[in-house]
Design a protein around this ligand. Sequence first.
Ligand code: NCD
Length: 304
Amino acid sequence: MNKAAPGSLLGIEHLEASEILRLLALARRMNPRKPRPLLRGKRVLLLFYEASTRTRSSFEIAAKSMGAMTTLVLSSGSSIEKGESLLDTGYTLQAVGADVMVIRHPNAGAPLLMATHLDIPVINAGDGMHEHPTQALLDAYTILRHRKTLKSLQMAIVGDIYHSRVARSAIHLLSKFGARITLCGPSEFLPEVATSLAPGLHITRTVEEAVRGADAIMVLRVQKERLAGTKLRLQDYISRYQMTMARMKLAKRDAILMHPGPIIRGLELTWEVADCPQSVIVEEVHNGVPVRMAVLAKALGKAR
Ligand code: NCD
């Protein structure tokens, strides 16, 4: 098996803290409103096997604001529908001249497989229940706009943690910097070995305990079909885990409320919480662009 091309970003788990800090510093220097031809003539291939709004559009805008060309290939409407394998699709897209591939796939490990067979850098835009590294980077970037440091940050993550690549990448990133992370959700939604995932990881039974004194709260989307696989009815989930203003008040006064989106108002959070002054949900989306600019620039050897 080959090694992934330099500049590939497959996950947060194996990144050094210093590499994360370098990417965040580079993102701070990026301004999508002031286009720079840093990636002029480069071809960014966006290969999406799963639905996406934020990740896809922000990668595209990030690439275009640095002068790159983008091509979007969706699984529906491409030869993937005809049964072409992942690797054959990868070889095809490399052959048409892609310089970097951004891939989202329902199976964990798909970006790694691509990266070890292709010669171009591969960026993971979310793979199954594994990782979503650019989301963790934009979350860290967002937190650091509101807090000086990630060290000792008290972070509560509430919802379907087990199925969430967003939570997994966030846990890897935040624990590298000494954050204290509390997980809360129905037992079916908690990783079995959660506490061994990272030092400084706690599980609480109630949302109230998780949120008390938190600097940041991350609420995750709950899929109704997954809820159906638990003992909880929708109404029980709402009454036990929904983020409400009353629960938010248990956190620090200036705590921020995060959510990777898409949000389902009235389920994992109330309408009021989604729009409250502490909510940085829209800011997270906004910050996704400079962060993805930095990741693309690094992938293409233009990180200076
Ligand atoms: C998430 C994803 O696809 O992993 N969304 C995102 O990229 N911001 C979260 C989700 O779908 O619940």
